[in-house]
Design a protein around this ligand. Structure first.
Ligand code: NAP
Length: 312
């Protein structure tokens, strides 16, 4: 997809990115690509990450405190792991500019809203969001300007949302390349438990099982690893802090979907044991149709290697 057209005037005079990992760095490069902000400030917890950001030109100004970064910012985006969103909000709250919009990119919404909302002063507008885009890499050097192109960004709105602030944030995410949809927090968390959180847990489990087997069969699991397993290892290489926080924060929805998953798994197990080929065939036919739907919706490529290039 081609880059969004450069804006005539920036949507925000100053944007502050708190946390400078995969998502924030991709946002910065995409903000620059489309000219969405006059100035972008940034802050990350460690000196090491701040040094790296300065070295690679990530952010117009890298600050040594979160408070300094958010001063005079019209939009503040929390790009830290879900488990520390509340603490970061409490830290920046006294320095937020009246009328500013505060948003986040956390993968779970209800827990983040409950942690962040009470910390913010009444004179700012809180509009949570979640871009459905990522890779298994993390850190300030992992970002790239096209990460959000043609990917969904889900914004959490309800009757309390400040509409002009939300509308401007919608334009901002469209400028980053995203398609934007709005929904409530609980619905978001259930949808993501199905489409992202539980699949990650299953990938972690499968790679763990293979690791146990590897001890039995030496290195064969790695040496002869087929595409199905390689896809699992890619997902299971995702950042451990981020994913620990996601499961702790989206406990109910993930356990609900895991329960359903376990029931389906038992049904397939029984079909295999009983030689019930009709059951297996019907099941796999249904799942194949879902894959086709994802490709038709433009959410993945139909390249036989899932678009990830030849195996090593
Ligand atoms: P990441 O690459 O691991 O970066 C996290 C950043 O947060 C790092 O710069 C880290 O600083 C900083 N940080 C951690 N604790 C902090 C604190 N207390 N104060 C200030 N900075 C702190 O993570 P990411 O993948 O960008 O994910 C960020 C958020 O986006 C998470 O909430 C995640 O759920 C969400 N998200 C991720 C994906 C994905 O696929 N990765 C997709 C959509 C949404 P240091 O480097 O100094 O530790």
């Amino acid at each position: 997809m081609s880059a969004p057209a450069t804006q005539a005037a920036p949507l925000y005079d100053r944007v502050a990115l708190i946390g400078l990992g995969l998502i924030a760095s991709s946002m910065f490069w995409a903000i620059k690509r489309a000219g969405l902000a006059g100035e972008v400030t940034g802050y990350a917890r460690s000196q090491n990450t701040r040094d790296t950001a300065r070295r690679i030109g990530l952010c117009d100004r890298v600050c040594d405190s979160a408070v300094e970064a958010v001063k005079e910012a019209d939009l503040v985006v929390l790009c830290v792991p879900v488990g520390v969103m509340g603490a970061v909000a409490a830290e920046i709250a006294p320095a937020l500019k009246p009328g500013a919009t505060v948003s986040d990119v956390g993968s779970v919404k209800r827990a983040v809203i409950e942690a962040v909302g009470p910390e913010l002063p009444a004179h700012v507008h809180f509009v949570p969001a979640h871009p459905l885009a990522g890779t298994e890499y993390s850190g300030p050097e992992s970002g790239f300007a096209t990460l959000f192109d043609n990917r969904w960004c889900l914004m959490i709105t309800d009757e309390t949302t400040d509409r002009p602030a939300a509308d401007r944030l919608v334009e901002f995410w469209k400028g980053l390349g995203s398609k934007v949809d709005e929904m409530d927090a609980d619905h978001h968390d259930l949808v993501l438990a199905v489409t992202s959180h539980t699949p990650h847990l299953i990938a972690y489990t499968m790679v763990g099982v293979a690791d146990d087997l590897r001890r039995v069969s030496e290195s064969e699991v790695i040496q002869y690893s087929a595409t199905g397993f390689r896809d699992f290892t890619r997902i299971a290489a995702s950042d451990p802090t981020m994913w620990r926080d996601v499961f702790l924060a989206n406990k109910d929805a993930t356990l609900e979907i895991l329960g359903r998953f376990t029931e389906e798994l038992f049904a397939l197990q029984r079909a295999i044991r009983q030689g019930d080929g009709d059951h297996l065939h019907a099941y796999f036919t249904r799942t194949r149709a879902i894959r086709r739907g994802i490709i038709e919706a433009g959410q993945d490529t139909d390249a036989p290697d899932f678009g990830r290039g030849p195996a090593e």
